[in-house]
Design a protein around this ligand. Structure first.
Ligand code: KIV
Length: 273
């Protein structure tokens, strides 16, 4: 069966930026391996993100902090083998870009060289992060920024809480957004904030925003793939809409296999040589 993938365009940074001008919403999902990379690419998403959320959904950790550069490169290379049309972006994990501009350059350079991704994503919007973004974009590494709830700061933020509530907090968020845009980011993830704040940020920038728990006023939306698929059935925050119930499907399918193996009815003649 043809999925039409070969007829689709290979998306570039320019195409993503252009989406804002033409008011065509950007669709981004995460992937962590080649198989799901291929499936989401065939589903015609615009951006595949190898998120450091893999710390939660692949490694079973309770934060993204322990995820290493090696982990991101390993999963990034796998996803790259599945993704042919969507733009591939890889998260820079905790403490691989905050120490110095040189550190950011060397580590982002490794990610680009060793995975074949088209861009990296950095969390935060203070002066230090803006300098890192400027350094990377200065040598031609496209950067997606990430503001609002930034999971690498989960402890400082007191957990996954809505950010930008209240006038001062909203102003700070807007200032950070302008700073990362000025530094050269080509897009900005807005995570967990009131819809009105995300809309205001979106309307104030020329680069596209991609929301998660940030309302419909963003230029696009992102979900973590196992959450979108209903595979991660112990995680149901308010913003999440699961579009399938694969956790139940997995339990049912494996249970059916278990029953047939125990009954001696699998494999039958049709599935034997
Ligand atoms: O790590 C991740 O998957 C992310 C998305 C939630 C945007 O940063």
């Amino acid at each position: 069966m043809s999925n039409g993938a070969d007829k689709r365009k290979v998306l570039t940074i320019r195409d993503i930026i252009e989406r804002k001008r033409t008011a065509r919403k950007i669709v981004m999902v995460t992937a962590y391996d080649a198989l799901f990379g291929r499936l989401v690419d065939e589903a015609d998403v615009d951006i595949v993100l190898v998120g450091d959320s893999l710390g939660h959904v692949v490694q079973g950790r309770d934060s993204t902090l322990p995820v290493t550069l090696g982990d991101m490169i390993y999963h990034g290379r796998a996803v790259r083998r599945g993704v042919t049309n969507a733009l591939l972006v890889i998260d820079m994990p905790f403490l691989t870009y905050q120490v110095s501009e040189e550190q950011a350059l060397l580590n982002a350079g490794r990610v680009m060289q060793e995975t074949g991704a088209q861009a990296v994503k950095l969390e935060g919007g203070d002066e230090r992060i803006a300098r890192a973004i400027g350094t990377l974009t200065g040598i031609g590494v496209p950067v997606m920024a990430h503001l609002g709830f930034t999971p690498q700061s989960v402890h400082a933020l007191g957990g996954p809480r809505v950010q930008g509530r209240g006038d001062d907090a909203a102003e700070r968020l807007l200032a950070d957004a302008r700073r990362v845009e000025e530094a050269g980011a080509f897009a900005l993830v807005l995570e967990l904030m009131p819809a009105a704040v995300a809309r205001r940020v979106t309307e104030s920038l020329t680069i596209p925003t991609i929301g998660i728990g940030a309302g419909v006023g963003c230029d696009g939306q992102v979900l973590v793939l196992p959450d979108l698929l209903g595979l991660n059935d112990r995680f149901r925050p308010r913003f999440l809409k699961p579009y399938a119930n694969l956790a139940e499907d997995v339990r049912k399918a494996v249970g059916a296999f278990r029953d047939e193996v125990r009954a001696g009815t699998y494999p039958d003649d049709q599935h034997s040589f």
